[in-house]
Structure formats: structure tokens, C-alpha cells
Design a protein around this ligand. Structure first.
Ligand SMILES: CC(C)(COP(=O)(O)OP(=O)(O)OC[C@H]1O[C@@H](n2cnc3c(N)ncnc32)[C@H](O)[C@@H]1OP(=O)(O)O)[C@@H](O)C(=O)NCCC(=O)NCCS
Length: 192
């Protein structure tokens, strides 16, 4: 009996994933396998976007089941991308997400005591990344962060606060080091 339940659960998951990949194949979305995906119906991807192998797109079911991962058009997501969403994670169009990037909008409860962290309810704060951003290798984007358009996030940065458009931010915690001046087409150093 347990085996039959296990078998049907796996078959169901397999077809959900297959349907997801086929649906996006028609939209010229290139998704490389292996892909870990949870709640594929909550993941929306724009035309021409690519997601490299070993990526993890996890939408967690919540009581109102509104968790979403939204990715715009022609965004290029490299190897081993992890995105965990219990609310909304929105990534714009024409973005470049380098390898090993981690984005989440959720924390577990933070209270030591009666129940383990993993069994405490999730605390959700949505994440938005604007169009035309470049997120460097191994960057982490944490809950509640909004990143404007045309931003550059340095490799290995941990982004804990929002970053306005046309900013370059690096480090842990990420700080803005340059802003783009469109009048002279140059990135200008930000004084400490
Ligand atoms: C953010 C980045 C684009 C900045 O490039 P740049 O404008 O040429 O930067 P600079 O060399 O002028 O560096 C400016 C300062 O920021 C520091 N810095 C640059 N990148 C940094 C990073 N990722 N983390 C921490 N500090 C960084 C530099 O050490 C320098 O500090 P200093 O002024 O104290 O010497 C680049 O360093 C970077 O991280 N690129 C991502 C690369 C990547 O992930 N490639 C994958 C291909 S998709």
C-alpha cells in the first residue's frame, strides 16, 4: 500500500515537471535538467529566458497558496541557481544571474524554545529584482530586498537591504560603491 502511494506520488510529480518543461519549450524558454521544482504551476517564466542545470525553484504551499516565482523575458540564469519562495520572488527581464546565486523571501521563525526552527511558521518578505540587472556569482539576495533596474551586484555579495536603480553594490552586507551617471555614461564612485 505504502509502495503504491509512493509510486503514484512520484508519477504525479514526474508529469507535473514534464508538463512544465513542455509548456515553456513552446515559449522558447530553455530549462536544462536536472531541475528541482516544487509547485510548477506557481512558477511563471517569460519568453526567451534560460535556466541552467542543477537549479532549484521551490514554491512553498502556504495557507493562502500565493507563493510565486516570476521571471521576466530573456533573462539568463546560470548553473546551480536556488530560489525559495513562500511569497513573491520577482526577477525582471533581460537580467543576468550568474552561477550559484541564492534568492529567498522567507525566514523560519526565529524563536528558540518549544519547537525547532524548521517547524516554526515562515516569515515572508517579498523580493523584487528590476529589469536589466546583473547579479554576480554566489551572491545571496535575502528577504525584503528590492533591487532597481540596471543594478550590478558583485560576486559573493550578501544583499540585506534594498538597492536603488543604476547602483553597483558589493560585499557582505552589500554596500553601494558606484552609481551610474547617464549624462556622462560612467559609473561614479560613491564616497564613504
Ligand atoms: C562588482 C564588479 C562588477 C565591480 O567591478 P569594477 O567596477 O571593475 O570594480 P572595481 O575593481 O573598481 O572595485 C571597486 C571596489 O570594490 C571592491 N569590489 C569589487 N568587487 C567586489 C566584490 N564582488 N566583493 C567585494 N568587493 C568588491 C574592490 O575591491 C574595490 O575596492 P577598493 O576601492 O577598496 O579597492 C566586479 O568586481 C564583480 O564582482 N563582478 C562579478 C563577476 C561575476 O560574477 N562574473 C560571473 C559572470 S556572469
Amino acid at each position: 500500500m505504502v509502495f503504491i502511494k509512493y509510486f503514484f506520488k512520484n508519477i504525479k510529480e514526474y508529469f507535473k515537471k514534464l508538463f512544465f518543461v513542455l509548456k515553456y519549450l513552446r515559449k522558447n524558454v530553455n530549462i536544462k535538467k536536472p531541475l528541482h521544482i516544487n509547485e510548477p504551476k506557481n512558477v511563471l517564466i517569460g519568453r526567451g529566458t534560460s535556466i541552467d542545470c542543477f537549479s532549484r525553484l521551490d514554491c512553498y504551499s502556504t495557507s493562502n497558496n500565493t507563493s510565486k516565482i516570476i521571471i521576466g523575458q530573456n533573462t539568463n540564469i546560470c548553473f546551480n541557481f536556488t530560489c525559495l519562495s513562500a511569497g513573491t520572488v520577482s526577477i525582471g527581464s533581460n537580467c543576468l544571474i550568474a552561477s550559484n546565486v541564492f534568492i529567498t523571501n522567507e525566514n523560519h521563525g526565529l524563536t528558540p524554545g518549544n519547537s525547532s526552527y524548521s517547524s516554526q511558521p515562515l516569515i515572508v518578505s517579498d523580493v523584487y529584482i528590476g529589469d536589466n540587472c546583473w547579479i554576480g556569482e554566489k551572491a545571496c539576495i535575502l528577504p525584503g530586498v528590492s533591487i532597481g533596474e540596471w543594478c550590478i551586484i558583485g560576486a559573493g555579495s550578501i544583499v540585506t537591504r534594498s538597492i536603488p536603480s543604476f547602483s553597483m553594490a558589493v560585499g557582505n552586507p552589500a554596500k553601494i560603491i558606484k552609481v551610474y551617471n547617464p549624462d556622462i555614461n560612467e559609473w561614479i564612485n560613491v564616497k564613504e
